[in-house]
Write a protein of this length. Structure first.
Length: 320
């Protein structure tokens, strides 16, 4: 078995590699792989899978396949290939710049740090001379539980260094937990969200829904002045796609608008909404990707790069 691999170099061609027996059955198009190229190892993407090869030269083998890569939908693969042809750009750099998340071998997540007082800490807490250390220990004792690091910032200005010293002395123990429920600092908002459409909004909603149910796959324009209720109308459309188990991408023109729309949608869809843009930390991106894999996130608010996320059941793209 052979594969055609695209490499992020400025050549309009792919390269043929043989598939070692241990990888047969585990490869797929769009998967990240490592291959020998020009006397070094380089990462690329599988573009084609073939039983035979017409290449008459020496064929090297794949060095490694990334089992953490997502299986991409045919629509996404077609879109990436179309971009390469439309902009006359080699397929290797296009794959690398649009779905570089495929190279991630392991996800790392935002973590919350907790501190708990040890038996030694309880015993020696009354004899601590330093006010900042005493304040931290007293707070944790009074809480009677593990305490989030952020809670301790009111105990001392240099609370992080204070906690480290107490851990070194054996007075505190530290633990960390993956933070998988979100990547934005959001307000405590009410999740029950119910707004009835006006008569005019309901007419527009039914008209759009009719077009969708008739499977007229064309662009639908929803216009109106600011604060006229456009978001409420298309939120009802989002409900329809969620009911039929489809994923949704909502695109906004700039990063500054992502959080604003995210907060609005969170009021209605609780934990089903995620975000994606270039300013996110890698751990935050990993968090989103992991939740997409689990099926926990069905709606993404993003700038243009969100189009390339690995949704398997993409049903709707909204350009807000």
């Amino acid at each position: 078995m052979y594969v055609e691999v695209s490499i992020p170099i400025s050549l309009f061609r792919t390269f043929t590699y043989s598939v070692p027996p241990k990888y047969i059955g585990a490869i797929f198009i769009g998967q990240s792989v490592a291959v020998p190229f020009n006397k070094k190892q380089i990462t690329g993407f599988i573009i084609e899978i073939n039983l035979k090869s017409n290449f008459r030269g020496k064929i090297l083998s794949l060095s490694y396949i990334n089992n953490n890569s997502f299986k991409l939908s045919n629509d996404l693969l077609k879109t990436i290939i179309w971009i390469s042809k439309y902009y006359i750009c080699p397929i290797g750099p296009v794959f690398h710049n649009t779905i570089s998340y495929q190279h991630r071998k392991k996800f790392s997540f935002p973590q919350t740090t907790y501190f708990n007082i040890t038996d030694i800490g309880i015993e020696k807490s009354k004899n601590i001379k330093f006010k900042s250390q005493n304040a931290v220990l007293s707070y944790i004792i009074n809480q009677g539980r593990k305490v989030n690091l952020e809670e301790l910032k009111f105990c001392a200005k240099s609370y992080i260094q204070v906690c480290k010293r107490l851990v070194d002395k054996g007075l505190l123990e530290i633990s960390k937990k993956d933070k998988l429920t979100g990547v934005l600092k959001h307000k405590n908002i009410i999740s029950d969200f119910s707004i009835k459409l006006t008569s005019e909004q309901n007419t527009i909603y039914n008209s759009i829904l009719k077009e969708i149910k008739n499977k007229n796959h064309k662009t639908i324009f929803l216009g109106g002045v600011p604060a006229s209720g456009k978001t409420i109308v298309y939120s009802e459309i989002l409900d329809y796609y969620l009911r039929i188990n489809k994923n949704i991408i909502i695109l906004v023109p700039e990063i500054a608008l992502v959080q604003q729309l995210y907060e609005k949608l969170r009021m209605r869809y609780k934990k089903n909404v995620g975000i994606w843009h270039s300013k996110l930390k890698q751990s935050q991106k990993d968090n989103i990707l992991y939740n997409i894999r689990l099926g926990e996130i069905n709606i993404i608010v993003s700038t243009r790069s969100g189009v390339f996320l690995p949704f398997q059941k993409l049903g709707l793209i909204v350009v807000d």
